[in-house]
Design a protein around this ligand. Structure first.
Ligand code: ZN
Length: 452
């Protein structure tokens, strides 16, 4: 065992450093062995319980016995959001991808349905228990402790992010189920109960901090929040975005990643804040290129997920539409689970400007480099004479006085350098763009689509 690992495994101030020490620090070979055993069992469960998987696997000529290594999973068909929704509507209420009798389902959440009918994500009691236990493990890795007072400011209705609060409670932290309270009330509660930790979306963390300042409350001085968990937007994986929220609040920001069709959190940042530790004992990950082949470690590709334990509705090779990158390098915290390095955007959000792929998060990273901006921006895409035209609208920081032409020009050059895309830049006064209380809408695509 290396000296670093031995040190990391030791307890810290009498408190254990890990929630599940043996599991969290096992070798990569042990992770793979664990995943293979669980995957074989899970594929068998899927075939036995779900008419959809029985038919889909038979059509592809594969079965659970064909899995000799994790790489053999690539022979199995993928599943997309469209099929998920279609199968649910075809066999109401839970669909034939569900692999347990309905009486075994104790909880369901539903996706926001931004592209159509909401899809339900069912859990058995055991699934729910697994989730809350590893949610506690993720929180522990981010430094949350029983002495903390934790405020959960995510939507609690039907949203998979809601029950994540039970992970903090499981860990022993005093947990306030705040939900989507009006900002003034949330700030009042944070102040009155001396909350030490909060979970929101990144854009709301920023908005809430600004709202506090407007009320004459300095989050650094007048509030006790020292850890902020964020999820739900790509912004959380951009270091510059996190750093700005950190300096506004005087708090550490930890990015988390989850999706309603799988679990509330699939991954979360440890105290090293470099990448999000993946819950590999429950979810297997693949990162694939457009042809469906795995990309090299660290390269960007689409995230494809396979549950290893979720009994109610096994998800085998689910195409998330998220563009991500991963590393399996050991982390300085001593944990050996693979880390999600970033969510670079969504396949759906990807803009193609004059043939160049551009994600809003690429623009955001450049916006955050400029201290003259307050971090709020919007992309407007139009088409003129069959040519795409991108305008980036950016708000200047409060109190900015300076050469606006030079600033716009400098930003346009930096954007071109970082992304290869030329844009017109429109500087706006602070508070011009609509503020989001949930997910920020960063793109206004006014092009007429040929297929619309
Ligand atoms: Zn770590």
């Amino acid at each position: 065992m290396s000296a670093v690992l031995a040190e990391a495994r030791a307890s810290l101030n009498g408190e254990p450093r890990y929630w599940e020490p043996a599991l969290e620090t096992q070798s990569r070979a042990d992770w793979d062995a664990l995943k293979l055993v669980r995957l074989r069992r899970h594929l068998r469960h899927a075939v036995d319980g779900s008419p959809y998987y029985r038919a889909a696997f038979a059509a592809a000529g594969v079965g659970p016995d064909d899995l000799q290594s994790l790489a053999d999973l690539r022979r199995f068909p993928t599943l997309d959001k469209h099929t998920l929704r279609e199968r649910q509507l075809a066999v109401p209420p839970l669909g034939d991808i569900t692999a347990v009798p309905e009486r075994d389902v104790v909880y369901l959440c539903a996706s926001s349905g931004s592209t159509g009918v909401p899809t339900a994500s069912p859990f058995t009691a055991e699934d729910f228990e697994d989730w809350i236990n590893y949610e506690a493990r993720q929180f522990w890795s981010s430094g949350l402790r029983p002495s903390d007072r934790y405020g959960h400011a995510l939507n609690l209705s039907l949203f998979v992010g809601g029950p994540c609060v039970l992970g903090a409670q499981r860990l022993g932290a005093l947990s306030v189920h705040a939900g989507t309270l009006p900002s003034e009330r949330l700030l009042q509660i944070a102040q009155q109960f001396r909350l030490t930790a909060l979970w929101t979306t990144p854009s709301y963390a920023w908005y809430l901090g600004e709202t506090a300042l407007k009320q004459g409350l300095d989050p650094r001085r007048d509030l006790a929040v020292r850890r902020i968990f964020v999820a739900g937007e790509p912004g959380g994986s951009i270091p510059q975005t996190r750093e700005r929220i950190e300096s506004l609040w005087g708090a550490k920001v930890y990015d988390y990643y989850g999706l309603s069709d799988i679990f509330g959190s699939c991954a979360g940042m440890c105290e090293q804040q470099h990448g999000l530790h993946w819950a590999e004992d429950h979810i297997h990950w693949e990162v694939l290129d457009a042809a469906g082949e795995p990309v090299a470690e660290g390269e960007r590709g689409e995230l494809v997920l396979t549950t290893l334990t979720k009994r109610a509705r096994p998800m085998i090779r689910f195409r998330t539409g998220d563009i991500v990158s991963f590393t399996t390098e050991p982390c300085r915290c001593g944990r050996t689970s693979a880390r999600l390095l970033g969510v670079h955007g969504r396949l759906d959000d990807m803009l193609i400007i004059k043939g160049v792929n551009l994600f809003p998060s690429d623009v955001e990273a450049v916006v955050r480099r400029f201290g003259e901006f307050n971090g709020e921006y919007r992309l407007v895409v139009e088409r003129e004479h069959h040519l795409d035209r991108l305008t980036v609208e950016v708000e200047t920081a409060a109190g900015f006085i300076g050469d606006t032409l030079a600033l716009a020009d400098g930003f346009a050059r930096a954007l071109k350098g970082a992304s290869g895309v030329s844009a017109e830049v429109r500087l706006l006064a602070p508070e011009t763009l609509p503020r989001a209380t949930h997910k920020a809408r960063r793109v206004d695509d006014r092009r007429e689509h040929l297929w619309a």
